[in-house]
Design a protein around this ligand. Structure first.
Ligand code: GDP
Length: 470
């Protein structure tokens, strides 16, 4: 066997078609209820336009949730093959109707195998044979009656025939030998799209390859750096493999229903650059810590960002309340969310808890910066900021160093190292920190300040003071 060939049997993608009011929606609901693996959704409960059902034998079937052929025609209109198998729903108490015929036309054009579900079998006086006879006039010939189209009589109301329908679908999938290679380039179809508070969203079904968080895909021309993926239960997932649906976040705009989603072309280094440009991607070094900073006003936000210690990398920032989008970004970027004064709505607190994102709110900038120091301290000795000594003057029998911050920040109580031409001349602690005549807790970039160091060190103009965490 070719070891590069990682083709695997994949779940079938099933679409339900039929006349209005013949019971498509109700049938899909009944099918979902049989789902033996249905669990409590955790995290971001995001309804997507497809559902996955697992049979008692552990076989998965993906149903496209938007019943009716309007949506299906739209998808097909863009040349995308979406479904592998169709279920033609015909109500036993109503028989063949105009949209039944239309649905049949579509199925024939697509050339996919189909099954007829004779619905509402519980209605008094109906007959499956009568319905089959009606359909035979439309050239649909059934198994056991000289043809090969499977027929299942179902009642969504009484939940009868559902298991048979699912069994028949898995059998048809086996016969069709549906394969997908999770390692192949991505090929998926957008079955639903829109915009919500998290930005542009799309539900896709994957036919080939795997869509992964952090990677880039295109819906036709529209780029997407996948920020988050959700399965049909609304659970965050890292990747989605062939035959399965997912909610995808990260499109720069709303993709068109029916658009084909492809991974980055192999030769497309330039395209990749374009995408990276679009998303301003920056690879973090191992010792860098990503944070998202939200503040209630632009002034505070600027002040915080200017005072951040080196190695703290801002991967997101903004003025205003924390949003679901911030939490998704934090999840994707493995970042902390630091909030100054801005609000964290209750549902966002819950969301952050579910997604295990650390969100901390501060009312004093200094405390926010101190918390960042703490995070940094949990490793080695970290340089929090540098300042240059510009002057030396006496005060209260002590020697004050008049300095200017080069980068990062210095705080009262910080451990300091003083260096002269890169050679350490002493260590101490900042016991007093003043701006003009006012005692301050912390100083940030470009600020001039006076510091008293304990013990008294013999510093000179031009020495560099480094604030370290220990
Ligand atoms: P759709 O337009 O094809 O999606 O049809 P719906 O699922 O909305 O169903 C249309 C109507 O038929 C609703 O009033 C349902 O309650 C009813 N219905 C659906 N399935 C059954 C069934 O199995 N038995 C009976 N008696 N009524 C059903």
């Amino acid at each position: 066997m070719d070891k590069n060939n990682t083709n695997q049997t994949r779940p079938p993608i099933v679409v339900v078609l039929g006349h209005v009011d013949h019971g498509k929606t109700t049938l899909l609901d009944a099918i979902r209820k049989t789902n033996v693996t249905a669990k409590e959704a955790g995290g971001i409960t995001q309804k997507i336009g497809a559902s996955v059902v697992e049979t008692k034998e552990g076989k998965k079937i993906t149903f496209i949730d938007t019943p009716g052929h309007a949506a299906f025609t739209k998808m097909r209109g863009r040349g995308a093959q979406v479904a592998d198998i169709a279920v033609l729903v015909v109500a036993q108490d109503d028989g063949v109707k105009p949209q039944t015929k239309e649905a049949l036309e579509i199925i024939k054009e697509t050339g996919i195998p189909f099954i007829v579900a004779g619905t509402k079998s519980d209605v008094a006086g109906v007959s499956a044979e009568k319905l089959q006879g009606e359909l035979e006039k439309e050239e649909v010939y059934f198994e056991g009656r000289g043809g090969n189209i499977p027929f299942v009589s179902v009642s969504a109301r009484n939940s009868t025939g559902i298991t048979e329908l699912l069994e028949m679908l898995t059998l048809m999938a086996d016969v069709a030998e549906l394969k997908g290679d999770p390692n192949a380039p991505v090929e998926a179809v957008v079955i639903e799209s829109g915009k919500d508070k998290m930005g542009s969203t799309a539900t896709v079904v994957v036919r080939q390859g795997s869509i992964k968080v952090g990677e880039a895909v295109f819906a036709e021309e529209l780029p997407c750096k996948v920020r988050a993926l959700f399965d049909d239960k609304g659970k965050g997932i890292k990747e989605v493999t062939p035959g399965l649906p997912a909610g995808v976040f990260g499109f720069t705009d709303v993709p068109t229903v029916g658009a084909t989603v492809l991974s980055m072309p192999h030769k497309g280094e330039e395209v990749e650059k374009k995408v990276r440009g679009t998303f301003d991607l920056r690879r973090l070094k191992d010792d860098e810590i990503p944070v998202i900073i939200k503040a209630d006003n632009a002034g505070s936000l600027e002040a915080i960002i200017a005072s951040l210690p080196p190695r703290i990398v801002v991967v997101g920032q903004g003025v205003g309340d924390v949003t679901a989008s911030d939490i998704i970004d934090a999840k994707t970027g493995n970042a902390y969310v630091f909030v100054f004064e801005a609000k964290i709505p209750n549902d966002i607190v819950k969301l952050a808890e579910a997604e295990k994102i650390k969100v901390e709110r501060f009312q004093i900038i200094y405390e926010l910066l101190q918390k960042l120091d703490e995070i940094l301290k949990k490793g080695q000795v970290i340089e929090l900021g540098h300042a240059e000594v510009l002057a030396s003057f006496p005060f209260d029998h002590k020697k004050v160093a008049g300095c200017k911050v080069i980068d990062g920040r210095l705080s009262k109580g910080d451990a300091l190292i003083i260096k002269r031409e890169d050679k350490e001349i002493g260590k101490g602690k900042a016991t007093s920190l003043r701006k003009q005549k006012t005692e301050v807790a912390s100083v940030g970039q470009s600020e001039e300040f006076g510091v008293i160091i304990d013990p008294q060190l013999d510093f000179q103009v031009g020495d560099i003071i480094t604030s370290i965490s220990k």
